[in-house]
Design a protein around this ligand. Structure first.
Ligand code: SAM
Length: 217
């Protein structure tokens, strides 16, 4: 696994498992296993339930820093966002979610973590998120809907982000087209928006028909 420079104290691999150092010791978010290591508590990051973990298992490197302001679009109940919260102990994770049901669980997770803020809203309308989000250095997007590449580009622009990660679900773009074709179109769209695509990985066998695309502004 490739650990980004500066994240060594927050992200580790042990016996083939990916671990994040917990910001909320003694507490689980989704039933993950907890491990003690060097006097600290570490949470196992599920490759099957969290796409950034699958991305790392496929050789990818997270474009994150401990002091990032991360705008997370499609946070659901906070499974993946809680691991980002572990990593960005000097930063902030703004968690945007549109579904009231998921948002309720998200609020509970955020309430236990000093760097995680819940934002109820539509990621397709960045202007409506500005009341809660001052700006972002990085955007992570995982919303299963059409127009995923445009949505990432628009949010990066609106919040001045220099880095972005898109968890692309090809079936949400077009159920009839091959995932490789959808990925090709998404990459072309991101580039046409002026972004540089720095890494692309399919997430099989952990997530079917999903890719992770990393971009820079
Ligand atoms: C695949 S799930 C996200 C899983 C989550 N990222 C994780 O790894 O823990 C997609 C989420 O995006 C949310 N979503 C879909 N469209 C959205 C939108 N326009 N704005 C905000 N959230 C949206 C859905 O309600 C759902 O919770």
């Amino acid at each position: 696994m490739r650990v980004t420079d500066g994240l060594e104290e927050r992200l580790a691999e042990r016996d083939g498992r990916i671990l994040t150092r917990s910001l909320d010791p003694g507490s689980k978010v989704y039933g993950e296993r907890l491990h003690s290591r060097n006097g600290a508590e570490w949470r196992e990051w599920s490759l099957q339930r969290s796409k950034p973990a699958a991305f790392m298992a496929r050789g990818g490197e997270l474009p994150l820093r401990r002091d990032d302001r991360l705008l997370y679009l499609g946070a659901a109940s906070g499974t993946t966002a809680s691991h980002f919260s572990d990593l960005l102990d000097r930063g902030t994770v703004y968690c945007v979610e549109v579904s009231p049901r998921s948002f309720r669980d998200l609020v509970t997770v955020c309430g236990r973590r000093r760097n995680m803020l819940p934002v109820m809203g539509d990621a397709g309308r960045p202007q409506d998120l500005a009341f809660a989000v001052e700006g972002a250095s990085v955007v992570y997007q995982d919303v299963a809907q059409k127009g995923q590449a445009s949505m990432l580009a628009e949010n990066m622009r609106a919040f001045g982000a220099e880095r972005g990660m898109l968890a692309l679900k090809s079936r949400s773009e077009d159920v009839t087209a091959a995932p490789a074709k959808i990925l090709e179109r998404a990459v072309a769209k991101l580039e046409s928006e002026g972004l540089s695509v720095v890494d692309v990985r399919m997430l099989e066998p952990y997530e079917k028909d999903h890719a992770m695309v990393v971009v820079r502004a």
